[in-house]
Design a protein around this ligand. Structure first.
Ligand code: PEP
Ligand code: MG
Length: 599
């Protein structure tokens, strides 16, 4: 390279953006920017409504053809369950009632098809967006995807879905269809302005093994086609126009991560036993059946949290008892001989049951067990589905968003009704099925000893517990810096819950994100946590840390940490510990420092 060129390159400032780590892995490559903001819909009067109806029909036919292709690709690559998202979109484009309404308006109002399509779809999308509910926001994204497809086909424009080379895709919003369609090329990674770690597109990226960083707000504004880019899907970092130093640092990091991953996987089936003989359980959080094949290779001691509400996203409605049973049965059979903890639907503030229902503060509203207790028939159906699955392996039941002892007692009564119905129908089930409660609301934390007397286990949900203890919306980017699981108030509350459970003679688990954070492992172990449940990919890391730790020393360490009054101090001390004892884990998952460590 000539010195002039290298000087020019040196003079380009790299830009580092921080977003949400949506799918692990490191990618280094060139940007391919996919613009989506180009669809401008004009309102026009038309003389010939029938010509508009013909245009609309052509667009619907083309969209159906495209979606059918996406569906089949998804089906082949990631399995039938995840392909269902596109089946739902296919149903949308062939919904005769919805399109009759659009066609009726075109004829009556003599307006162009583009305008009426945009208007009708946008109304639905806005309603869902304002519901304040994550599930409906996901649904809004899917409907928006269908709308854009129909509008694009009305304009007879083609989506660029085939390209040369091995790019990193940068786009404002990654839809599930994008995640699958674009993966037919040699894509290195996905980067988007919007989206969360739990969006469908993120889940699909993880299944497809494509590193992704989402929620970067303005990534598309900073890039052009062909720019160099690094993405770190472990920590949610994107580097645009990286310096030679950054390229070297991340190339090394990529190598180390891959090497560490394969080493940890090779010992993942060994038990999580401390050097002085305390055994804890390391379990997986799952949402969809496609994650089941990851359990065994990652050494999961069962499923500590099955978020059953994910079935509603997939099925697009609440699945009936039989459909739930079929899904639960598969999970139970795969996890055998270990147990699966099915959490009852944790949905809230929604419009499925009450027309025009909306809430000012959905996080403080009709959510989790509150909603299910108001809809006992739904809860009973779900109990029956879980109980029926319990003859195929070991099942447990867990209630989310519990705030009081009464809710547990009432839910247990409904469970008893479900048992009686099955007995009357001569349907077998595990009579000793264990029931547990998530502790994620401060009132439940304070009452955890009383709650523990009614159940067989507790599981700490640090995502919500942190949100409610610190009064910080877990989805609000403006206060993201205040959301801190290492706040002494959160840590002391966790200790209180663990001690309460143990006083009542039952085990205490954790299934919030903190359980999968390697920085927290030694502290949680030392506080006496019995079970850790986290996304499968991190389980071998947790096991490695636990196997290299002395329980007695961890207890002493935790006592010191519990006395500290600053989250920063707690994190600093924990980071030092990890760096000294598990250097490679520290450098691959936590550290922002540049590395000079070699394998
Ligand atoms: C939690 O709140 O920590 C939890 C595990 O539940 P969710 O993230 O599904 O609300
Ligand atoms: Mg929760």
């Amino acid at each position: 390279m000539s010195s002039e060129v290298s000087e020019q390159l040196e003079s380009v400032e790299e830009i580092v953006l921080h977003g949400v780590a949506a799918s692990p892995g490191i990618a280094i490559g060139k940007v391919l920017l996919i613009k989506k903001d180009g669809i401008v819909v004009e309102k026009k009067s038309v003389e010939d409504a029938s010509a508009e109806l013909d245009r609309l029909q052509r667009s619907i036919d083309r969209s159906t053809y495209e979606l059918d292709k996406v569906y089949h690709t998804a089906f082949e690559k990631i399995g039938v369950d995840k392909a269902k998202i596109f089946e739902a979109q296919l149903l949308m484009v062939s919904d005769p009632i919805f399109f009759e309404a659009i066609k009726g308006r075109i004829v009556r109002e003599k307006k162009n098809a583009d305008f009426v399509v945009d208007d009708e779809f946008s109304r639905q999308i806005e309603q869902l967006r304002h519901s304040g509910n994550e599930i409906f926001r996901q649904r809004a994204l899917e409907i928006e995807d269908v709308k854009n497809r129909i509008l694009r086909n009305l304009a007879e424009a083609k989506l660029k879905s085939k390209f040369e080379g091995t790019p990193i895709i940068v786009t404002s919003e990654l839809t599930p269809a994008d995640a699958v369609l674009l993966s037919r090329n040699a894509v290195l990674g996905y980067v988007s302005d919007y989206g969360g770690a739990r969006s469908h597109a993120s889940i699909l990226s993880r299944s497809l093994g494509i590193p992704a960083v989402v929620g970067l707000k303005e990534a598309t504004k900073h890039v052009q086609d062909g720019m160099d880019m690094i993405i770190d899907g472990y920590r949610g970092v994107v580097v645009i126009q990286p310096s030679e130093g950054s390229i070297k640092k991340y190339s090394d990091r990529k190598r180390w991560c891959e090497q560490l991953d394969s080493e940890l996987l090779s010992e993942a089936s060994e038990p999580a036993l401390t050097t002085d003989g305390r055994r804890v359980s390391i379990e997986a959080n799952i949402e969809l059946l496609e994650e089941l094949p990851l359990l065994k290779p990652h050494g999961a001691d069962g499923i500590g949290l099955f978020r059953t509400e994910a079935l509603i996203i997939d099925a697009d409605s609440i699945p009936d008892e039989e459909a739930q049973y079929q899904t639960f049965k598969k999970a139970v059979e795969e996890a055998k001989p270990n147990a699966v903890i099915f959490r009852t639907f944790d949905i809230g503030g929604d419009k499925i049951f009450v027309e025009d229902h909306s809430e000012q503060n959905p996080f403080l509203g009709w959510r989790g067990i509150r909603m299910m207790l108001d809809r006992p028939e739904l809860l009973k159906d779900q109990f029956k589905a879980i109980l029926r699955a319990s003859v195929h392996g070991k099942c447990k039941i867990m209630y989310p968003m519990v705030a009081s002892v009464e809710e547990v007692v009432r839910a247990n009564e409904i469970l008893e009704e479900a048992r009686k119905s099955l007995t009357a129908e001569n349907i077998p089930f595990d009579k000793d099925i264990e029931v547990g409660v998530m502790i994620e609301i401060p009132s439940a934390a304070l009452m955890s000893e009383e709650i523990a007397r009614h159940v067989a286990f507790l599981s700490i949900g640090t995502n919500d517990l942190t949100q409610y203890l610190l009064a910080v919306d877990r989805t609000n980017e403006l206060v993201a810096n205040v959301f801190d699981e290492f706040h002494p108030a959160v840590i002391r509350t966790i200790k209180l819950i663990i001690d309460s459970g143990h006083s009542a003679g039952i085990k205490v688990a954790m299934c919030g994100e903190m359980a999968g954070n390697p920085l927290a492992t030694v502290m949680l172990l030392g506080m006496g946590l019995d079970e850790f449940s986290a996304v499968s990919s991190v389980l071998p890391v947790l096991k490695k840390i636990i196997r290299g730790t002395n329980y007695k020393s961890a207890r002493k360490f935790a006592r010191q940490l519990l006395k500290m009054d600053s989250p920063e101090e707690i994190k600093k001390v924990l980071a030092e510990y990890l760096k000294n004892r598990f250097e490679r884990i520290y450098y691959t998952t936590i550290s922002e420092e540049s590395l000079d460590y070699q394998i």
